[in-house]
Design a protein around this ligand. Sequence first.
Ligand SMILES: Nc1ncnc2c1ncn2[C@@H]1O[C@H](COP(=O)(O)OP(=O)(O)OP(=O)(O)O)[C@@H](O)[C@H]1O
Ligand SMILES: [Mg+2]
Length: 252
Amino acid sequence: MEVGGELTVQTANVTLGSPRRAEEPPAGDYVMVCVGDTGSGMTEDVLAKVFEPFFTTKEVGKGSGLGLSQVFGLAKQSGGGVRIDTEIDKGSTVRIYLPRAGGVADTPAKEQRKFDRPQVSRATILVVDDDAAVREITTGLLRDLGYDVIEAGSGGAALDALDNNAEVDLVLLDFAMPGMNGGEVARELKARRPDLPILFATGYADAGGLVDATEDQIIQKPFEEDELASKLLATLSHGPARIESEPFTLSP
Ligand SMILES: Nc1ncnc2c1ncn2[C@@H]1O[C@H](COP(=O)(O)OP(=O)(O)OP(=O)(O)O)[C@@H](O)[C@H]1O
Ligand SMILES: [Mg+2]
């Protein structure tokens, strides 16, 4: 378009029938990338040679003659092809066809969500639950969310873990455990690290009445990944849970 004009770039999913020219792809489903101009157009003679390497009508030093041959090579190597429609003084349209990928996209929805979800920072979470199966599921969810996880099967193990790992950023603490319950463990944790955020996991609907913590510092079991993710973020940003001085009592 030496004197100016309009360039149009368009993409579409297309289904093609049998090819009319050798450079067009076989019949099938393709993604089309289309570039159209309102330039000089091409004669039949030129059109017959445009895909030949080094064919150019430009002055010496102005064109390599490799543009369209590279376009054609790339399309063919990908299992697709090219088609050109052209008319003198009207313009040219080059359509590149690339095979359409079947099935679902590479990126599972879950992976996608990981990126959509704002995560404050990389954090290490200490999971305290006496039930090994629950602990395993929870740990899997947390790792999916991008957190590092330390596991403890009891309050005592949790306190040991904290004593040995200054790295803990949050404790996900089960409420109903044999031996020390979640409330007792929380007080011990708080004695060691007053600033440590704690998210209480409980199957008891009335746990909210037992803990002086905001609603988003308690998560009801069984929980789902999305709820866990948002509660963790809320707890991490709220900072330490406030623990009552009175001993906790559990009334199922
Ligand atoms: N959009 C177009 N309109 C009119 N003629 C074209 C168009 N595209 C290509 N041609 C013709 O085809 C020839 C070969 O094109 P190709 O892109 O392969 O090389 P080139 O454009 O000459 O060189 P380069 O790509 O290095 O600039 C061009 O010299 C020109 O004559
Ligand atoms: Mg070119």
